[in-house]
Design a protein around this ligand. Sequence first.
Ligand code: NAD
Length: 518
Amino acid sequence: MTQAAARHSLRDEVAALLATVGAAPDGPSGGGRAVHSPLTGEIIAEIRDVSASEASDAIGRAHEAFLSWRRVPAPRRGEFVRLLGEALRANKDALGRLVTIEVGKIVSEGLGEVQEMIDICDFAVGLSRQLHGLTMGSERPDHRLMEQWHPAGVVGVVSAFNFPVAVWCWNAALAFVCGDAVVWKPSEKTPLTALAVQSLVERVAARFPEAPAGLSTLLVGGREVGEVLVGDARVPVVSATGSTAMGRVVGQRVAGRFGRAILELGGNNASIVCPSADLDLALRAIAFGAMGTAGQRCTTLRRLFVHEAVYDALVPRLTALYASVPVGDPLTSDSLVGPLIDEAAFAAMQAALEEARAAGGRVHGGERQVEGVPAGGFYVRPALVEMPGQTGPVRHETFAPILYVMKVRTLDEAIGLQNDVPQGLSSSIFSTDMRDTERFLSATGSDCGIANVNMGSSGAEIGGAFGGEKETGGGRESGSDAWKAYMRRMTSAINYGDAMPLAQGVTFDVAGTGPVAS
Ligand code: NAD
């Protein structure tokens, strides 16, 4: 197929996929922000950014929506999310394909991203009947002490390009059942999948009598639009996913107005391979963790610490896998590694590899692939770099498929190196010795928000709380009790007696009013 024919068909396919879910970019053809597909670099749509005043008005409408939505019983709010999950199920194929075209994930991962949305909807439906508080024993007679959780308000969601829709759903499904309205600023690189999801939510809302206008709002635009959302005091909770550089700014901005920020930022994830590891299993896990999604997951495996006893048994096999992994058009079934998102990502990868070479690294792969891939996309062979130490680029997140491999002599050394970076998202250990694995999971082990055993660092399930420490931002989303971040906590003491005892034995006997303590 000629490049011109390919250009024509991708753009047409995107329009058809958007039409399937009832969405259409509102930018006139030839106007607005150009959206490129990383598959070929071609423009697949134009879309208009919202202005600052449109964004502000939309936030106002979301606040109004919140005022009525918070009064809808939580299980009913759960029913809304159940219907959203059904709509996602019905449109999984179309949405998954759109993810592939807009982000470059292979088909199975595009579908997996939509499945993740469905899963969190299911989770949130159950949660809608379990938004529980606590009752504590009061120190005062005839008193009850309790806490309950109330809706927080408008939740602002700022999302990154690499999970263009799942991250919204992690936040939104919980926020909706918690009684909040949601305003979403997706990545400027991936507005089309956002548009498709917004269309599905609006369809569900249209046939849900209690859903107010403005319950779910999409603000298409770049950083400037995100800044409006992040700076607005009518948005008490901001969940921001993206680079550490973004989180540093957003976190301070939200803190400056005493809002709550849920920060999900960059990772620099590691795995440790111990002498007792099942190497066949480790190989498979490492391959997916480091090369899957073309290295563009926050949880992508970026550092591998291999015990010297198994280094020679593992690393040559891994290098061979790197040389043979099929790189190519993610829409075809035999590709396992699609393109990088854009040229800037490619340039950042090449710069990191140069830096690694200068620091003594031995680089395998990493070059641009032009044979057998669509023209115009930035396809690369994943790079495996044997490093003499954890220096230079190893300490940073380069959002590309680069795996730095280092030899270690002890588990202590490996854990020390793993933790000695600014990021703290995900980690894993490969060992069949429970002393190793328990040490790794203990208070003196991994310092990350995620620590897996005999698995890779990526591919988290939605049932657990997701997030990381240090420069990864400290936020938690998705499962477990992450829902609490989308609500406000109210503590209440209730006196059902006829005396007025004060806590901590304090007395305050104002003349003529009688004793305060019985
Ligand atoms: P990015 O930081 O460039 O952009 C993320 C989002 O932030 C975009 O929507 C962008 O418009 C917005 N933004 C940027 N500056 C802003 C500001 N000052 N105010 C408001 N909004 C602003 O990130 P990216 O390149 O899209 O995504 C890749 C990064 O995201 C990687 O670092 C990756 O590790 C991280 N990520 C983290 C997680 C996680 O859960 N920890 C998940 C996915 C991606």
